[in-house]
Design a protein around this ligand. Structure first.
Ligand code: NAD
Length: 274
């Protein structure tokens, strides 16, 4: 890996600051003959923006997870998938020069939609997938590893990955899960709970091999949110969720901040000494 040319794709959003960083990083990388800037078949994908931009970069290259590694540069505060701030480009270039191919990888979620017609459509999520109904109450049976677990009534059900646990899942009252724990989390979105209708109420953490199935009782339109993508689907017999057999690989470097540091810095801030 040391003496070969690395193909690097720079993926950037339209924000002026991100565009400036993109121009600067391109200028810094071009003189090195061991790097080639190319968005086609890259070895390394560098997203410039925020977590949302890294999600977009993931969706663009999700079919090449066996070949690519990702790096995130944040043009604001430090994000969950972004190791470098925009003023740390020198360090990023140094780490690219020192890079020996090491990676850190995180679990992904695979969602299969089984339509009543027999068709199956597959999606991959880095953060989460949420099945919802917006026009009226969603009624669906939830099966955990083929055990009919509960009949859900409410706005929807969110299934998150460990790294997605700090995103929408956390806003829904789910737990923060360390990404070395290969598990998915099922979180309710505004469930109806009274003397007639009952759900567990708390989020559930499901191990690696277990399947999570959501079986809607109505044929009508449901909204499927997969990270930052929205799909309207109907006549679905079940949504099947499981941990995907591949993970998302990130370039490992000394800059790859510990997960607990990220959680602390994002949600708590400085911890003061007594
Ligand atoms: P966006 O612009 O609406 O940003 C949502 C925020 O979530 C941003 O601050 C982003 O940095 C943050 N975020 C994204 N992934 C994260 C993660 N793994 N851990 C902690 N924070 C994270 O949308 P976007 O930037 O395109 O991101 C899409 C994600 O936003 C979705 O996958 C979902 O998790 C999240 N989201 C959250 C809520 C909520 O908390 N109520 C609502 C909608 C979407």
């Amino acid at each position: 890996m040391k003496n070969t040319v690395k193909r690097i794709a720079l993926i950037v959003n339209q924000r002026p600051r991100s565009q400036e960083v993109f121009q600067k990083l391109s200028r810094m990388l071009r003189p090195y003959k061991q790097f080639e800037l190319s968005r086609k078949n890259p070895d390394i994908v560098i997203s410039i923006g925020g977590d949302g931009m890294l999600l977009s970069a993931f969706h663009r290259y999700k079919d090449q997870l066996d070949k690519v590694r990702f790096i995130g540069v944040h043009t604001g505060h430090l994000g969950f998938y972004t190791d470098y701030r925009d003023f740390e480009l020198d360090l990023l270039v140094q780490n690219l020069l020192l890079d020996q191919g090491a990676q850190i990888s995180y679990p992904l979620l695979q969602i299969k939609i089984h339509y009543q017609s027999g068709d199956i459509k597959e999606y991959l999520a880095l953060n989460e997938a949420t099945v919802r109904r917006t026009d009226r109450t969603m009624v669906a049976d939830l099966h955990l590893n083929q055990v009919p677990f509960e009949r859900f009534r409410g706005d929807g059900i969110c299934i998150s990955t460990p790294t997605g646990s700090t995103a929408y899942n956390k806003s829904l009252g789910g737990s923060v899960l360390h990404p070395t724990i290969e598990a998915l989390q099922v979180t309710e979105v505004a469930s109806l709970n009274n003397r007639v209708y009952r759900t567990l109420g708390s989020s559930v953490i499901v191990p690696r091999k277990d399947k999570i199935e959501i079986l809607p009782l109505s044929d009508s339109t449901h909204t499927l949110l997969v990270d930052n993508h929205v799909y309207q689907v109907e006549q679905v017999s079940r949504f099947e969720c499981q941990i995907y057999h591949r993970k998302i690989p990130f370039m490992a470097s000394s800059k790859h901040t510990s997960f607990w540091e990220r959680v602390r810095d994002s949600f708590i801030g400085e911890v003061e000494d007594e």
